[in-house]
Design a binder for this molecule. Structure first.
Ligand code: NDP
Length: 464
């Protein structure tokens, strides 16, 4: 048995019943490394495959906080410092009821390769809590963040481990978390990214994941579009004439919708955890501004959009459920809500309605069955760790700015983001070619990210 198969079997046996998302992520990455195993005997000798699936450190802790009525609650906090071979651990914090160790480990594992792909010196980590910010007052969120940071602060730092936001952790939460960190450490450093501009954040960080996703999609379309019958006329507006489905209505989804509109696409779907909306005329202009204010400022439900603009709303359904049930025609799919939102059944429907491109804004939004269906159908597939790396890339740029005590202009950050997304696209494409799978950006992204980290682990020896 090859070493990779052996490691996959061991991970499956150990975590198959308890950490299924982690097992899924390991299987996806390691399976695509089989051509690397054949070419690089040194990685087997240094036992890199087994070492890389074991986190450097897993921290779990108790978070005790008080609600507005004086009741005391206990949540679980997590930080998984997965791999620090190429730089300080870096990755967001997720606050959602469903958070557990398996989800945080899958996200941390993916983050290792994503961060390596950006070309910036960042290791992989992730954290969060099963705390649910929905329906909580600002004061309750603030008390929770303070309690969470009262433990986390001793594990992080600008050159050790640098958290940021993720689902349920946006500008408000990052502010409270950083306020607590500053107070406890008595220092103002880049130990958290995603900060507001006023106290050390980077311009363009809020937009970075969604915009980066579209920069990546533009490379796919401009380069490989003809393979799927899309001939781009204007490289700056490669989505012209294309109908786009975005899922989610959070940080990633909103900025993806905005940039997709700018690039000439017509975005007809968005969703939240309660349901999906379908706006045949397109979510743009005043309607987009309404949606942004509804979700970012008022923290309301997406149903309000349907009521205000008199468009269909599908309670309890995802965007992909609606496409499957109604057969609505879409050419570009940008899943930007959560993991495993597109199943095999959904993917079959996407093929049927004429989807040509899937680029992932969320982390691991497609199940392995769905990915196989995209590939068999010849759909252009941009995997999360490449397509959504713009967020962590600008977080890396925020760390650089903090270290220099400088803040760059919006234009400077945007130019660097564009260059990084181009680099990621080219690295993924070239690695896929070099290892015998031309056009397979998933294999290319996994291989390119892995090679950088594996080489560093060999160079650092066993003390690392
Ligand atoms: P947000 O919390 O800002 O938004 C998440 C959106 O997805 C919300 O609209 C939420 O609905 C919806 N959603 C969340 N969970 C589910 C679910 N189980 N079923 C249906 N809808 C759901 O998070 P982000 O936009 O930051 O993150 C979205 C995805 O992108 C995640 O996979 C995240 O890991 C990934 N990502 C984020 C990055 C970032 O920079 N923020 C960077 C790279 C990846 P509701 O409004 O009802 O809560």
């Amino acid at each position: 048995m090859s070493k990779i198969k052996e490691v996959i079997a061991k991970v499956r046996e150990t975590y198959g019943n308890t950490e299924k998302e982690f097992v899924q992520a390991v299987e996806e990455v390691l399976t695509s490394l089989e051509p690397v195993e054949k070419k690089h005997e040194e990685f087997t000798r240094w036992n890199i495959y087994e070492r890389i699936v074991e986190p450097d450190r897993v921290i779990t802790f108790k978070v005790t906080w008080q609600d507005d009525r004086g009741q005391i609650h206990v949540n679980r906090g997590y930080r998984v410092e997965f791999n620090g071979a190429i730089g300080p651990y870096k990755g967001g914090l997720r606050f959602r009821k469903s958070v557990n160790l398996g989800i945080i480990k899958f996200l941390g594992f993916e983050q290792i390769f994503k961060n390596a792909l950006t070309g910036l010196p960042m290791g992989g980590g992730k954290g969060g809590s099963d705390f649910d910010p929905h329906g909580k007052s600002d004061e309750e969120v603030m008390r929770f963040c303070y309690a969470f940071m009262s433990e986390l602060f001793r594990h992080i730092g600008p050159y050790t481990d640098v958290p940021a936001g993720d689902i349920g952790v946006g500008s408000r939460e990052v502010g409270y978390l950083y306020g607590a960190y500053k107070k406890l450490k008595n220092e103002h450093t880049g130990a958290i990214t995603g900060k507001d501009y006023e106290y050390g954040g980077s311009l363009m960080r809020p937009e970075a994941t969604g915009y980066g996703l579209l920069y990546f999609t533009a490379h796919m379309l401009n380069d490989l579009g003809p393979k799927v019958g899309i001939n781009v006329e204007d490289p700056d507006r490669p989505l012209k004439g294309l109908i786009v489905a975005v899922s989610g209505a959070g940080n990633v989804a909103l900025h993806a919708i905005e940039k997709a509109n700018e690039m000439g696409g017509k975005v007809v779907f968005a969703s939240d955890a309660s349901g999906a909306i379908y706006d045949e005329a397109g979510i743009s202009g005043e309607k987009f501004r309404f949606l942004k204010e509804l979700k970012e400022i008022r923290r309301g439900r997406i149903k309000e959009y349907a009521e205000k603009f008199n468009v269909p709303y599908f309670e309890g359904k995802s965007v992909w459920d609606v496409i499957a049930e109604k057969g609505i025609k879409v050419q570009v799919a940008l899943p930007s809500a959560t993991q495993n939102e597109i199943t095999g059944r959904h993917a079959e429907a996407l093929v049927k309605v004429g989807v040509k491109v899937v680029a992932e804004g969320a982390n691991m939004p497609s199940t392995p069955e769905a990915i196989k269906i995209y590939k068999d159908a010849g759909i252009l597939y941009g995997p999360a760790k490449a397509a959504n790396a713009g967020g962590v890339a600008v977080s890396g740029l925020e760390m650089s700015q903090n270290a220099q005590l400088l803040q760059w202009t919006r234009e400077e950050v945007d130019n660097r983001l564009r260059a990084i997304m181009r680099h990621i696209y080219e690295e993924s494409k070239n690695a896929a070619e070099a290892y015998g799978h031309p056009g397979d950006l998933m294999m290319g992204a996994n291989i390119a990210g892995f090679l950088k980290v594996a080489k560093a682990m060999v160079a650092l020896g066993l003390f690392y």
